[in-house]
Write a protein that binds this ligand. Structure first.
Ligand code: AMP
Ligand code: MG
Length: 515
């Protein structure tokens, strides 16, 4: 099935399908999407194949053979696939941006898997009616970042779209400089975004809005049926409530690992509460609530510390979009109010867990006092921009060590006190923490903490090393990082350097929207 690069996939021989397609989205009809073919790329080559995801989904090994390389490059079609691009709109940087849509992500279809039906998209597979002047391509640099970060997030237990494969092509793509193309095959139960709903609401097309909401209720968020009991049987209020809850939990998880998304526009917000659209994201190195990872975000709208409020703002847009269906303004506002208590709860739980305060050690009665403990530590870390990931990991290890120490000396905290300049301030905090937790509990708490505070995250400089190597045709560093990041809580002896502080040059890296 090897194809000449210029051959249209429409005329390509179709392979015997290894996937069993359902394609429920296509039943929505043409108002929601445009059928089209991916554009072929020259000389595709595997840069990465995600065996773990393939196995998890129960998909056959053939999906990574030479024939399917062509399919996952967009050069051929798998039988049963019905490629299309969907239309959506959205708010970008706080402004209504009008119609956007899948400008370079082509939906191949929905396939059965052992984890339920999964949609597959090829990101960077060519122009669509929604490309708005863009070239429909993605560069290797940003595709490596998306591939690795999807799997890093999954390894951390954070909901995300997944990445099945990364295909590289020598085909030139112009950004600030001339780069080369790549295609990520990404997988999720649904790629629906807040922006899909905003699109039909803005057009006053309530019929389409209802069709879309019903599709989501039936196929993707069945828990809304039960949730509707809280909202006088109003299924659309339940939909907003469930999305709100998922979003609150997601953002709490982001904050707890120091993840900055970078472009939290409403078109980059998943209806299922998944992390989606990896662009200028960053796992913070030094802790700074005002940290801006997107070089193009001059106002800092999407700074780390603002993400929880931005998520609320985005949910408000979704609420407005769904209001013709909910048909009860007070109820819509009441659902949205929920975020104001749900997010702090989720955040409190996540930060307590980082301190090992879970289960019996985390009674409701201590919630407020624990939050003060967390805030005081965060202020201390922010004052010195202490490395976020390293600090929490070393704190976990210090707690493990302390559990077997016969005497509680200050020196026993050196793993963390060595990371700060103001030792007395940290020692005073550690004394409060020890009193709160109780040293006899340290053994069990420490065990929990090393499974909560990762050793490895996809720091910018780690991705950069993999990118520079890949640009010379060597994809091995992608594999090395993938193996560390898919189990980030394990020690991985021999790979300590990957858990180290960033080198000086990392501070010079500028990541922008250009991808
Ligand atoms: P993003 O900021 O990556 O979420 O993209 C915002 C919008 O621009 C979406 O509609 C994308 O599909 C579209 N877009 C981004 N890059 C390209 C590109 N190279 N070609 C076509 N459309 C693009
Ligand atoms: Mg996007």
């Amino acid at each position: 099935m090897s194809l000449a690069p210029s051959q249209s996939p429409a005329n390509a021989p179709q392979d015997p399908s290894v996937l069993n397609w359902t394609n429920r989205l296509t039943q929505l009809g043409p108002r929601f999407f445009t059928h089209l073919q991916p554009s072929p790329v020259a000389a595709p080559r595997w840069a990465a194949c995600n065996e773990a995801l393939r196995t998890e989904l129960g998909w056959p090994a053939q999906i990574f053979d030479e024939e399917h390389l062509q399919a996952l490059a967009g050069n051929a079609l798998m039988r049963g696939s019905q490629p299309l691009a969907t239309v959506y709109s959205g708010h970008q940087f706080g402004q209504w941006a009008g119609q956007l849509g899948d400008g370079r992500a082509i939906w191949l279809g929905e396939a059965q898997s052992s984890q339920g039906p999964q949609e597959i998209q090829l990101k960077g597979a060519g122009r669509t009616p929604y490309s708005r002047g863009g070239d429909g391509r993605a560069v290797l640099r940003s595709s490596i970042r998306e591939y690795l970060c999807s799997e890093a997030m999954h390894g951390l237990g954070i909901p995300t779209t997944r990445a099945l494969s990364l295909v590289a092509s020598p085909e030139p793509v112009r950004r600030e400089t001339l780069e080369t193309a790549a295609i990520v095959a990404r997988v999720a139960p649904s790629f629906l975004r807040f922006g899909h709903f905003e699109h039909f609401a803005a057009q006053g097309d309530t019929e389409s809005l209802r069709l879309l909401a019903d599709h989501a209720l039936l196929h993707h968020l069945p828990e809304c049926q039960e949730r509707a009991e809280r909202w006088q049987g109003n299924l659309y209020a339940a939909l907003l409530d469930v999305v709100q809850e998922r979003t609150a939990r997601l953002i709490a998880q982001w904050q707890a690992v120091g993840f900055c998304h970078g472009v939290m526009n409403t078109d980059n917000m998943s209806l299922l509460g998944l992390t989606i659209d990896y662009g200028p994201f960053q796992f913070m190195d030094g802790f700074d609530p005002a940290h801006i990872c997107n070089h193009s975000d001059h106002q800092g709208r999407y700074a780390y510390g603002r993400q929880p409020n931005v998520a609320y703002w985005n949910l408000y847009c979704l609420g407005q979009a769904l209001s013709p269906l909910i048909d009860d303004q007070d109820m819509t506002l009441q659902v949205l109010e929920g975020y104001k208590s749900l997010f702090p709860r989720a955040m409190g739980d996540a930060m307590r867990a980082k301190l090992g305060l879970v289960g019996d050690w985390a009674p409701e009665s201590d919630r407020e006092a624990d939050w003060t403990l967390v805030e005081d530590l965060m202020q201390l870390m922010a004052a010195e921009k202490v490395d976020f990931t390293l600090f929490w990991r070393q704190l976990s290890q210090a707690v493990v060590q302390k559990s077997t120490a016969s005497t509680l000396t200050d020196a026993g905290w050196s793993l963390v006190t060595d990371l700060v300049l103001d030792r007395p301030r940290l020692l005073a905090w550690l004394a409060r923490y020890t009193t709160r937790a109780g040293q006899p509990n340290f053994a069990a708490m420490g065990q929990h903490m090393v499974k909560t505070n990762p050793k490895f995250v996809l720091r910018n400089h780690l991705a950069e090393v993999a990118i520079r190597q890949a640009q010379t045709g060597d994809f091995s560093e992608i594999d090395t990082l993938y193996n560390l990041l898919k189990s980030p809580f394990e020690e991985h002896p021999g790979f300590e350097a990957y858990a180290d502080l960033p080198p000086d040059w990392a501070g010079q890296l500028e990541i922008s929207c250009s991808s």
